[in-house]
Ligand binder design. Structure first.
Ligand SMILES: C[S@@+](CC[C@H](N)C(=O)[O-])C[C@H]1O[C@@H](n2cnc3c(N)ncnc32)[C@H](O)[C@@H]1O
Length: 290
């Protein structure tokens, strides 16, 4: 295991980098394939993979532009870096608007496109809260952060991510389809959109395929099926939600996230110091003070 910082491909509101770091310290049992069907920025995959914990993986998300970033990085990282370097030279309010216009003028499909990948990384880095908003007709809506630092191409992160993605299967699909491929002994990391507000839907996307209460019900039933099948399951949510998870297992709090671990992983909860996870460094400091 290495203590080197995990690479990040793009900024993402609600990234699970911290959760991945905590999980990497818990000595997870050996597992088969790693599945992450709500990939987002891939922070969990990149964190666990850079700790040397993943050998085979199936990564997916319903957002084609995010999936494109991973597939482009996987196949031609240097092309992606070249696009990022160009953004570093041109970065300004006007350039941001032009790049957003270009992103929205292209059909988001499954063709791997390095330019679109670099554009997506650039826009998320410089946008307000790095939050992805989509309108009902699939247009991405973002504004440039006020007083944002000049854009820098993190080429080392792209190159290191490419190395970690080697051999990974990355695809655009709905979580229901992705979970059909889980087998006994596999590890499934689930970080769906959290539901807020009166309408209880994913607030970040306003497209027709919004993630809402009915999707959460399906996911909850899927978690029961996966546990019965003998898979290890990790589920992130904005609060402790016992009604959503199967019996057994338990919750830990990592930063602002509540993370549920299936029963096969519960010895790790004790290793984490019980319900409230404290990083090892903090535990050492507390130990010294006693
Ligand atoms: C909370 S984010 C995941 C963040 C990720 N764990 C990270 O660290 O960056 C949720 C992701 O679920 C995806 N998503 C929403 N509905 C989905 C669905 N029905 N099937 C698959 N992915 C979906 C969104 O596109 C988004 O990328």
């Amino acid at each position: 295991m290495t203590s080197r910082r995990a690479p990040a491909l793009f900024n993402w509101a609600g990234s699970k980098a911290r959760v991945a770091k905590a999980l990497s310290g818990l000595e997870l049992p050996t597992f088969g394939t790693y599945h992450e069907p709500f990939l987002g920025s891939g922070a969990a995959f990149l964190g666990l993979a850079s700790a040397g914990l993943i050998s085979k993986s199936l990564l997916s998300d319903v957002n084609p532009r995010l999936v494109n970033v991973f597939r482009a990085t996987q196949t031609e990282p240097h092309e992606v870096v070249a696009g990022l370097r160009m953004h570093a030279l041109l970065d300004s309010d006007v350039h941001f608007s032009a790049v957003l216009g270009r992103l929205n003028s292209r059909l988001a499909d499954d063709t791997v496109d390095f330019q679109v990948a670099a554009d997506t990384i650039y826009l998320l880095s410089q946008s307000f809260h790095s939050t992805w908003y989509e309108t009902r007709d699939g247009q991405v809506s973002m504004s440039r952060r006020r007083g944002v630092e000049a854009f820098r191409a993190r080429h080392q992160d792209v190159v290191r991510s490419a190395a970690l993605l080697e051999g990974a299967i990355v695809q655009r699909c709905d979580f229901r389809h992705a979970l059909d491929r889980v087998g006994a002994g596999d590890l499934v990391f689930l970080d769906p959109p959290y539901l807020y507000g009166d309408d209880q839907v994913d607030q970040q996307s306003y497209n027709v395929d919004r993630f809402g209460v009915s999707e959460v019900r399906v996911l909850s039933a899927e978690m029961r099926r996966l546990v019965d099948l003998g898979a290890h399951v990790i589920f992130c949510w904005g609060e402790r939600a016992d009604a959503l998870v199967p019996d057994g297992g338990g919750w830990i709090e990592i930063g602002r996230d509540f993370v549920w671990l299936s029963e096969s992983l519960t010895p790790r909860i004790n290793a984490a110091g019980g319900r409230h996870y404290r990083p090892a460094a903090q535990q050492a400091v507390e130990g010294t003070a006693e």
